[in-house]
Design a protein around this ligand. Structure first.
Ligand code: PEP
Length: 256
């Protein structure tokens, strides 16, 4: 059975104290999660150590600590960067790669994302690999080719075993991120089915059925249940609604 995942991406938000309170509150009110369900908190780097204690204290292996970025190099003169080993040391087991903000605002290209993915896979980390088209591409109905290219450039060199062990894909249409405009269930399901067919073509149907594909983009308490009910939607990557327990918990409940 495919993993179901709700991951919160805090971006550059919340003080350390607010972040720890949020995690403690979510954990204390967490619904009982089905066996295949997981919750991931993707915090700013400065928060990881403190949040790690809260996550570890639960003793719940379905609650995870995630990071929003990493470098592909092991160490060295890379001012401002963070290594995978440093993240592991704080208890991180999942890392977001290819978020549209990193692609657009920080110039991360297909090749850099591929190298980061390879380094994470080699380190036994779980990769939340983001893809998704800008509005102009959607308006010209070229979103399927756009997403196919993102996946083939940075992911499809991996082996089937590596894909299955390490990769979760998050489809995040850029026009839906932080805009309050959510993809319709039809748009989400159509793209998720397309991604799964690309996975089947590359790695075989059996593998494709085992890889989780999350939806991200203005997912909230009001729309999560219907999005997660789509056949090929296996949970969500959540931005704004992950910043408060009142808005994050109902999304976790929608996965259960
Ligand atoms: C995101 O940035 O990954 C995201 C999905 O943001 P939001 O939920 O705020 O649209």
């Amino acid at each position: 059975m495919r993993k179901k995942i709700v991951a919160g991406n805090w971006k550059m938000n919340l003080s350390i104290a607010d972040g720890v309170n949020l995690v403690n509150e979510v954990i204390s009110k967490l619904p009982s999660l089905p066996e295949q369900a997981h919750v991931i908190f993707c915090c700013p780097f400065t928060h990881l150590d403190r949040v790690s204690s809260s996550v570890n204290n639960t003793g719940n292996h379905q609650v995870h600590l995630g990071a929003q970025n990493c470098n592909d190099k092991a160490s060295g003169a890379f001012t401002g960067e963070i290594s995978i080993a440093m993240l592991k040391e704080t208890g991180v087991d999942s890392v977001i790669v290819g978020h549209s903000e990193r692609r657009q605002l920080f110039g991360e290209d297909h090749d850099f994302l591929k190298r980061k993915t390879d380094a994470l896979v080699a380190a036994g980390m779980h990769v939340l690999f983001c893809c998704g088209e800008p509005l102009a591409v959607r308006e010209s109905n070229k979103q399927n080719d756009y997403v196919a290219n993102q996946l083939s450039e940075s992911l499809f060199h991996l082996s089937a075993e590596e894909m299955m062990a390490s990769i979760t894909i998050a489809y995040e249409p850029i026009w839906a991120i932080g805009t309050g405009v959510t993809a319709s269930t039809e748009q989400a399901q159509e793209m998720h089915a397309h991604i799964r067919s690309l996975l089947a073509h590359q790695f075989g149907e059996e593998i494709a059925q085992k890889i989780s594909i999350l939806y991200g983009g203005s997912c909230n308490a009001a729309n999560a249940a219907e999005l997660f009910a789509c056949k090929d939607v296996d949970g969500g990557l959540i931005g704004g609604a992950a910043l408060k327990s009142e808005t994050f918990l109902p999304i976790i409940e929608a996965m259960c």
